[in-house]
Ligand binder design. Structure first.
Ligand code: CO
Length: 478
């Protein structure tokens, strides 16, 4: 039986392939802060069909880059498809040629056997954008970030780690350590003996191995935690056998099994020595996104958007989303206290009893340190897709919300006001889809009050997407 359509949000999962290659000025309603001079770069799945074939899952779609350029109270917009290996092969053959998160190309038996010896990793970087090792890169969950020109959005090629590292899967959420002036990240190498490999990339582009942890059944992890001195890999009990991954013939994520009896496992690694200084275990949970983490005496505080299990992954198949199926799996801001010494138990508690996703903080000043505010998308109407913007005040235990019926906001990126005095002084930039108008607009909210400062209508509807970042650039023309 088909699910009864309940919400109109399915529009957000329709393909957008139209490119606005030359930046166009957007009409602005309200007033953009005069100090907003820079670029918001975002990526997301945008092309869900290739020839007669379709991708299965929201996370599979071919990537589109979006650029909002700000200067002198004005904003321009441009967008281009990322010319990744997956995109180019699809263009050339008219078929899905690379395996994605939950879609595999249809292969002949011969093709399937051949691919075992020559695994083709997708570089369809539809998850996040950041500057790493001096390059503007788009990232996905394979070990192939793609460099692109932040001005023209032209695809430049794969970001090569130097020296190279072995691994197939990685995270699109590296952390930046402003003291050590390097990004930290990890790779997963599947093999007879699988490994997690933690590494860093300096601002000069040089890669440095931090630690290698052998693992029997690697976990599906979308992000990790970082404090001043430590990297923390949190293994969710959604795990895979490397053999199954190689031989099952099923799409990537369908090889993973939910095994709650394994619990949630924390691996704490010292950034400088590479030693695993603590491990801890508690009851099962799942998360895509870590929010922040910090050191607190003999323990670590680790905040994430936790779900009771991994059914959220199933809820994000395109057929369900396009039918407007009510979303019943929701995550909440959850705090874990992990002891660094002895046999102390991990404690956990919900910081705000509301649905939250795509969390952001004042990363520049608060990453890895005690902090007070989390912004993110939330759900106002029960069962709806992410339909509002939240501000959670952890200290006061308060939640503020921006909501307008029929509008679906994306990840709110916090941009601090220059020489800001408080943690929440600045604006949020969010790409919002207006279902009725069938158009998206860039929303600028005051980050402290969640009051609207301005909106600027884009030339088309932008499909729902994941992440992006704002790059301040005092000399950049819009
Ligand atoms: Co993410």
């Amino acid at each position: 039986m088909l699910d009864k359509p309940t919400f109109p949000y399915g529009t957000g999962f329709r393909s957008l392939t139209r490119e606005v290659a030359e930046p166009v000025p957007l009409p602005v309603c309200g007033e953009l802060p005069p100090w907003l001079r820079g670029t918001l770069l975002r990526t997301g799945p945008s092309k869900f069909e290739v020839g007669e074939q379709s991708y299965n899952h929201w996370f599979d779609g071919l990537a589109m880059l979006h650029r909002f350029g700000f200067a002198e109270g004005r904003v321009t917009y441009a967008n281009r498809l990322l010319k990744s290996n997956a995109f180019c092969a699809a263009e050339k053959t008219g078929k899905i040629a690379y395996g994605e998160f939950a879609t595999d190309p249809c292969r002949t038996l011969f093709g399937r056997v051949a691919s075992l010896f020559d695994p083709k990793l997708t570089a369809n970087c539809n998850v996040n954008v950041l500057t790493m090792g001096g390059e503007t890169t788009a990232l996905t969950e394979t070990t192939l970030p793609v460099r692109f020109d932040p001005k023209t959005l032209a695809t430049l090629g794969v970001f090569g780690y130097t020296p190279p590292l072995r691994g197939q899967i990685s995270t699109a959420h590296p952390h930046y350590d402003a003291v050590r002036t390097r990004h930290y990240s990890y790779m997963v190498e599947f093999g007879m003996q699988s490994h997690y490999r933690l590494f860093s990339v300096g601002d000069d582009g040089a890669q440095d191995l931090v630690a290698e942890l052998p693992v029997d059944r690697p976990a599906y992890m979308h992000s990790f935690a970082m404090t001043e001195h430590y990297l923390v890999l949190v293994e969710f009990p959604l795990t895979v056998s490397a053999l199954a991954l190689k031989f099952s013939g099923k799409p990537f994520i369908q090889n993973y099994r939910w095994e709650p009896e394994r619990g949630l496992r924390f691996h704490v690694v010292d950034k400088d020595s590479g030693r695993e200084v603590a491990t801890a275990k508690t009851d099962a949970a799942f998360a895509f996104h870590h929010v922040n983490a910090f050191e607190d005496g003999d323990s670590l505080t680790i905040d994430m958007v936790a779900y009771p299990d991994a059914t959220i992954i199933d809820a994000l198949y395109l057929a369900r989303l396009r039918a407007g199926t009510p979303l019943t799996a929701t995550g909440a801001l959850t705090r874990f206290e992990v002891p660094l010494t002895g046999d102390g138990a991990v404690t956990r508690g919900t910081l705000a009893p509301v649905a939250l996703e795509l969390p952001r903080i004042n990363y520049e000043t608060r990453a890895g340190k005690p902090y007070r505010y989390v912004w993110g998308t939330g759900i106002q109407a029960p069962g709806d897709f992410l339909d509002s913007i939240l501000k959670i005040d952890i200290e006061a235990g308060k939640v503020a919300r921006w909501y307008e019926a029929g509008l679906y906001p994306g990840e709110p990126v916090f941009v601090p006001q220059p020489s800001a005095g408080s943690e929440d002084e600045g604006v949020l930039l969010s790409v919002v889809l207006d279902i009725e108008k069938d158009r998206s607009f860039l929303l600028v909210l005051d980050a402290a009050m969640l009051e609207e400062r301005a909106r600027a209508e884009a030339p088309h509807a932008i499909p729902f997407h994941f992440h992006g970042n704002y790059f301040a650039s005092p000399s950049l023309p819009a």
